[in-house]
Design a protein around this ligand. Structure first.
Ligand SMILES: Cc1cc2nc3c(=O)[nH]c(=O)nc-3n(C[C@H](O)[C@H](O)[C@H](O)COP(=O)(O)OP(=O)(O)OC[C@H]3O[C@@H](n4cnc5c(N)ncnc54)[C@H](O)[C@@H]3O)c2cc1C
Ligand code: HEM
Length: 413
């Protein structure tokens, strides 16, 4: 099947109106009165076909990349050499985006974000028809007789809608900021337990907000982007410090912890994430961090100090053992400097002086927290269980802030 994307104007009918003034950081396309790109019948057709193909997603992914790289070898270098773990993300996104075809506002928001982020991969408008063609051919092959001309037409429209939003967002983004930022490693401090602090200086200014995270590409694993949270509020000298923990068998984290040296150059993608101070509605804040999850929390503490300490902050650090209680000395120093910061460390698997218990247990004991905005950061099970314990005791879910668990760009609103 040959695939064409209809882009009669630079702004698609269902995209947001043009932004009045380009912001230096991420432009958000604010959708107003956006029309759904598909009719209710077309949406139902697309959804029904997803239900047919979803169980075969793994096979479809293999087939999709095989035909994409065979038909369009020029796109192969854009993808990582070994694609095992990440392979499914693009297809998974496409299948999930289908959930948004009758929710145009979120479609624009999510795909706009995706389009801007795709600039760092080198994706160009001209690549979209190729991906669309291979996607539809793959779906057709695996859906078998369930793939009717009506379904094919509805999918063509749905993919076109998504591609249009991504391309428009990327084009607008191109006018205001680079696709990625080169940054030189200027400092590297091993912190024990497989953790290192890596400070980089971007070659051109990099605007971000405390609490956000950044995708990083290293010279040792080209095209393998991983997310790390700066542990500092924006500094005058423009440097960012990441706290990286080497995970067993992990490619990028081990390279950063054990191999990176002063002078090495990495690339940063655009900043992401909503775990920022301006998201808080309350003055009292509860910060909860486990392991290197402390990084964005530390940045938020610095940001509060920078703004004059107008929040009351309770900070809980959690770990299994006392030795694993990461960053406690640093935070103690901060708590001594700032009267508005109260620090508590909780250890779950060892008897040490101080608080004993898992973070959810300790939070429950020290609550209530329903008049606080809560910022959670750390291992996924900790964030999930702390969040459950807090909601159980009255904290509203909309006042609990945390980063996405997996591939952030796949966190469909
Ligand atoms: C929003 C966000 C912010 C993050 N911030 C930080 C940060 O500030 N500091 C930091 O050190 N990491 C952070 N991470 C995790 C980081 O992005 C990488 O996932 C991690 O460094 C592993 O990458 P890798 O290339 O070394 O491992 P991969 O080669 O991708 O994976 C190797 C193996 O490790 C497993 N694995 C992957 N990630 C983890 C993990 N986090 N814990 C345990 N096992 C894992 C995989 O399942 C796989 O089996 C963040 C992740 C997200 C989504
Ligand atoms: C509607 C169309 C598309 C959707 C929904 C989509 C979605 C995605 C998603 C969700 C990811 C994972 C991102 C991440 O992990 O941070 C991804 C990665 C990627 N996409 Fe797309 N994409 C689309 C089109 C394209 C096109 C046209 C190209 C250009 C050839 C492209 C190239 C890539 C590359 C190179 C990656 C990184 C792959 C990896 O790390 O394994 N994508 N895409």
């Amino acid at each position: 099947m040959r695939f064409r994307i209809n882009r009669s104007s630079s702004t698609p009918a269902y995209a947001a109106p043009e932004e009045p003034a380009p912001a230096p950081a991420e432009q958000t396309l604010e959708p107003e009165a956006v029309e759904a790109p598909l009719s209710a019948h077309e949406t139902a057709l697309v959804r029904a076909s997803v239900a047919v193909v979803e169980p075969m997603a793994a096979e479809i992914t293999v087939y999709f990349y095989a035909i994409l790289f065979a038909r369009y070898p020029e796109v192969r270098p854009m993808f990582p050499p070994g694609m095992d773990a990440q392979r499914g993300r693009l297809l998974r996104a496409l299948l999930r985006i289908v959930d948004l075809v009758d929710d145009p506002e979120n479609l624009v928001r999510f795909c706009g974000h995706l389009g801007r982020d795709h600039r760092k991969f080198g994706a160009l408008a001209a690549h979209f028809p190729a991906v669309g063609e291979c996607l539809l051919d793959s779906l057709a092959r695996y859906a078998g007789p369930a793939w009717t001309p009506d379904i094919a037409a509805a999918w063509t429209k749905a993919y076109g809608a998504v591609a249009d939003v991504m391309i428009s967002a990327a084009e607008q983004d191109e006018a205001v900021r680079p696709a990625m930022w080169a940054a030189t490693v200027v400092h590297r401090v091993p912190r024990g337990h497989g953790i290192a602090e890596i400070t980089v200086r971007p070659h051109i200014p990099y605007a971000y907000a405390a609490g956000q995270y950044v995708s990083v590409e290293t010279p040792w694993w080209p095209k393998q982007w991983r997310y790390y949270s700066p542990a500092n509020a924006p500094r005058e000298d423009g440097t960012l410090t990441f706290h990286v923990r080497a995970v067993a068998g992990g490619a990028v984290s081990n390279a950063l912890v054990h191999r990176a040296a002063v002078g090495d150059v990495v690339h940063l993608g655009p900043p992401m994430g909503d775990m920022v101070l301006d998201a808080a509605v309350h003055n009292d804040l509860l910060f909860v961090a486990g392991g290197t999850g402390l990084a964005p929390i530390r940045a938020l503490v610095e940001e509060i100090a920078r703004r004059g300490g107008r929040h009351q902050v309770d900070l809980f650090l959690g770990a299994r053992t006392g030795a694993e209680l990461y960053g406690v000395d640093d935070m103690l120093r901060m708590a001594q400097r700032h009267h508005w910061l109260a620090l508590r460390g909780a250890v779950s698997h060892e008897y040490v002086p101080g608080i004993r218990g898992s973070l959810p247990e300790v939070l429950t004991e020290y609550g209530p927290w329903y008049q606080h905005d809560v910022y959670l950061s750390g291992p996924v099970p900790m964030v999930v269980s702390a969040s459950e314990a807090l909601t159980l005791h009255g904290t509203l879910p909309e006042h609990i802030h945390h980063d996405p668990f997996d591939t952030p760009v796949l966190s469909v609103p």
